[in-house]
Design a protein around this ligand. Structure first.
Ligand SMILES: *Cc1c(COP(=O)(O)O)cnc(C)c1O
Length: 366
């Protein structure tokens, strides 16, 4: 355990086993929460203190807390998996800790020691281990987040008091009815992130700013929105809240391209894992640039055979249809692509322990 001792107060009314089992049989996504949460406080000059494991429940907040007014908030997302032998693991939790600290620097928030972050996850998952589903493809989604609690409306400086919290939510298969390719909308009216902004930080404000674009995608009959660069509105950056990969599958030497991290993309840990796994499967990957025109032309010529989004929640989500105000085209034949599915199987195999873990990504909890 870390430099901080956690004060443990267990729930006196944990969810009865039968009720928990009913939830785990059909957990959906992000609607049910486990019996406990972790909270840790921070004050400038004092550092992190008051680490607790406590029953899941409301957090009393002063209405003048800075997060409500100026959105000083950030979050992370990762999963705990139950492997075949009963071992519970998380996937690359130190990468999430490091990313949270990069987000914290951008948002003028305090960094948290990586080990304290991982200890908090371990304590919560260890305590609520019965909430880690046993069903194939299900997991316990972990949501660490941090926000400013300073009671002040002064706008000229970051807060000096913060709270770090971890909650956990059992999650089913993102694709309850089998994987099907999604349709995506090329947003011309909205951008997600601009140079010098907060696009590479995992902060709630980026999501708040994206909902109008997502709603527009849905109004246009699409599942997700494609975010283009804010300057030229030409370069493809992300889809929804996922990073994108393009498969150049024609010929006998398939290869992948993913948009480079320019500062306006969120550096996904799934993306990073793909960059390492794909070459091991004989698929070279380039981090580069692709414009909407190149995407459309590549599909028309048959050079681009598959496109997928990737992130912790959905793992890999094939893209089948692209629509914009002035164009529309499809990718592949409406079925998930072979290379996308091979990469998905490989990553899931490592997470659930069905495949070797050559990079030591899997972190054993209990
Ligand atoms: C979290 C997130 C991703 C995916 O990151 P993972 O670490 O792979 O889950 C991609 N894009 C955005 C905007 C995100 O917030």
């Amino acid at each position: 355990m870390s430099m901080l001792d956690f004060e443990i107060s267990r729930s006196e009314r944990p969810t009865p086993a039968a009720e928990r089992e009913a939830v785990l049989a059909d957990p959906g996504w992000g609607q049910h929460f486990t019996d406990h949460m972790v909270t840790i406080r921070y004050a400038a000059g004092k550092g992190w203190y008051d680490a607790r494991l406590e029953p899941y429940g409301p957090i009393p907040m002063d209405p003048a807390s800075q997060v409500f007014h100026y959105s000083q908030e950030l979050f992370e997302g990762l999963k705990a998996y139950r492997q075949a032998d009963g071992t519970i693991v998380t996937f690359r939790p130190y990468a999430n800790a490091a990313r949270m600290n990069r987000s914290a620097r951008r948002m003028a928030m305090p960094e948290i020691p990586e080990q304290l972050f991982v200890d908090a996850l371990e304590l919560l998952v260890g305590t609520d281990r019965e909430w880690v589903p046993t069903t194939d493809g299900y997991s316990l989604y972990l949501r660490p987040f941090m926000f400013a609690t300073t009671r002040a409306l002064g706008v000229n400086q970051p807060a000096d008091e913060y709270m770090f919290v971890v909650i956990a939510s059992p999650s089913g298969n993102y694709y309850a009815r089998g994987i099907r390719p999604v349709s995506v909308w090329l947003s011309r009216d909205y951008t997600r992130a601009a140079p010098g902004g907060t696009g590479e930080a995992k902060t709630g404000g980026n999501y708040a700013a994206s909902f109008a674009g997502q709603a527009q995608a849905v109004r246009n009959g699409c599942d997700q929105v494609v975010w283009l660069d804010a300057v030229e509105h030409r370069w493809v950056e992300e889809v929804g809240s996922m990073n994108l990969f393009f498969v150049y599958g024609a010929g006998d030497r398939p290869r992948l391209l993913t948009p480079a991290l320019t500062g306006t993309l969120l550096p996904g840990i799934t993306r990073d894992s793909m960059l390492k796994l794909a070459p091991d499967l004989g698929l070279p990957v380039e981090e580069g640039k692709i414009s909407v025109d190149e995407w459309q032309a590549g599909c028309a010529s048959g050079e681009i055979t598959e496109v997928f989004g990737c992130g912790t929640a959905a793992v890999i989500s094939p893209v089948g249809q692209v629509k914009g105000p002035d164009r529309e085209w499809s990718i592949g034949d409406g079925e998930p692509g072979e290379i996308s599915m091979r990469l998905r199987e490989e990553l899931i195999g490592i997470q659930y322990g069905a495949r070797p873990d050559p990079y030591g990504w899997v972190h054993k909890i209990v």
